[in-house]
Write a protein that binds this ligand. Structure first.
Ligand code: FAD
Length: 421
């Protein structure tokens, strides 16, 4: 499909209210990939939904963000019914090569390891965002307010009152539940007084697109350098996405190099396995942090995606965790609604928190461990990690366990993902 067909416009929609006690069953704040996925996941729930998004454009599209999309996320998108609109615009990877700079042992994961046709996918932000926007626009029970912002939230016993500013107009609507999908600086989390724990890393992440001379052969590379993890992910049209982590000063200096110097540094780290690399477009730099919210829910509130947690980009986990949050929350509230229960009741919402908070913590801890273990030149640690790589390469069950952990196939599987084989 041509780029033009991807360029969905998202018409601002006026809010509608009816005369019942609630204007909407559910309000989702944040129309990023995670918020939109939740709206799509609830399309057959019978719940009326208002999705509020502050921006018509998307900074992530402008900065060329791209993501590794794991098998479980693909199954969830398939269960929702949006995957067929996404798949033509993204790349599939069938091999992952994991290595430690200066050490010859490479651990190769491939489709035979788990008996599937694909290992995972790589998608640019718009390749997920635009089909999701289109999909949600076709859902009759979802109304979209965009551009609009939440300017106040009041939690009552039986409802949540949400004050929404759209242009000059401010309206208050009543809902049973508000979901914060408003990203890492979540205003919804902050205004509910939910504390977070975590830290900012000593590293930043440089991202860029390149086109290699030779085919990328549907292969993703994760190479650990003493300064931090370095990934090259395959994209359509034989392009690749670089995700390069380095200490702040080094990352800034790399970003400031001219194109030919940057390419020289890149080739030095990556080698010449794909031939000469051509730089496409601008480079961007992102700060990196680990964050976990103390609570994912409180009465009439649930947090999902980056509003609930952030992690190091190593292993491409962040968005994938958010998609799994969506599937879990959708299942919990849909089941409660079908049983005639109040979807904003804390007893209902706690089921979501129990399901996701611990699973996310395991992945957050794992990405942190990977980063610390591999961004390290302390000899005993170098020996341990190289032994670890050797053992993984020679013990298939360990390799498969690691792969399943990284692509989300070890935790509790949501029903949305079970809808399709
Ligand atoms: C360098 C880098 C590489 C990464 N690579 C990967 C990867 O390979 N795989 C992966 O899974 N993850 C990856 N991530 C993580 C991923 O980017 C995030 O986890 C994901 O984008 C979070 O999506 P979200 O929808 O929760 O939040 P966001 O994308 O931040 O969306 C939040 C939305 O809420 C809106 N909003 C905010 N406040 C309000 C308000 N008050 N009212 C209305 N709307 C509001 C915003 O406009 C925005 O549209 C990476 C991150 C970085 C930094």
């Amino acid at each position: 499909m041509a780029q033009a067909q991807l360029s969905a416009t998202w018409q601002p929609t006026r809010l509608v209210s009816d005369s019942s006690g609630y204007d909407y069953d559910l309000v989702i704040v944040g129309g990023g990939i995670v918020g939109l996925t939740l709206a799509g996941a609830l399309k057959d729930s019978g719940l009326s939904i208002l999705l509020i998004e502050a921006r018509l454009d998307s900074p992530a599209v402008m900065k060329g963000q791209a993501y590794a999309v794991h098998m479980l996320s693909a199954q969830i998108f398939r269960g929702i019914g949006v995957w067929k609109s996404i798949l033509p615009h993204i790349a599939t990877y069938r091999r992952v090569k994991l290595s430690d700079a200066g050490f010859s042992q490479v651990v190769e994961f491939n489709t035979q390891d788990i008996g599937t046709d694909d290992l995972g996918y790589v998608a640019e932000h718009q390749a997920l965002l635009y089909p999701l926007r289109e999909f949600v626009r076709e859902c009759p029970q979802v109304k979209v307010a965009c551009p609009a912002e939440v300017v106040g939230v009041k939690y009552l016993n039986d409802a949540v009152e949400v004050e929404i500013k759209s242009g000059e107009e401010v309206q208050t609507i009543r809902s049973k539940l508000i979901v914060g999908a408003d990203g890492s600086r979540s205003q919804i989390r902050g205004s509910a007084g939910i504390k977070t724990r975590g830290w900012k890393y000593w590293q930043s992440c440089i991202v860029a697109f390149v086109r290699p001379e030779k085919s990328h052969l549907d292969t993703a590379y994760e190479k650990f350098q003493p300064s931090g993890p370095f990934a090259i992910l395959p994209l359509p049209e034989n392009r690749c996405r670089i995700v390069w982590t380095a200490p702040h000063a080094e990352a800034k200096a790399l970003c400031e190099l001219d194109d030919s110097q940057f390419l020289a540094e890149l080739s030095q780290r990556f080698g010449d396995q794909m031939g000469k690399l051509e730089l496409l477009g601008e480079r961007f730099i992102f700060p990196v942090q680990l964050m976990q919210s103390d609570r994912y829910v409180s009465p009439r509130l649930a947090l999902i995606g980056d509003a609930a947690h952030n992690c190091h980009p190593v292993g491409g986990q962040g968005l994938n965790l958010g998609i799994r949050d969506v599937a879990a929350l959708a299942e919990v509230i849909q089941t409660a609604h079908a049983a005639g229960k109040d979807i904003g009741d804390i007893k209902v919402l706690k089921q979501y928190e129990r399901w996701r908070q611990r699973e996310n913590l395991v992945v957050l801890g794992f990405t942190d461990l990977l980063d610390r273990l591999f961004s390290n030149s302390f000899l005993p640690i170098v020996i341990v990690r190289r032994c670890g790589l050797w053992v993984m390469a020679h013990l298939p069950f360990l390799k498969v366990f690691m792969l399943k952990l990284m692509i989300g196939l070890l935790g509790r599987k949501p029903s949305l993902a079970k809808k399709v084989s």
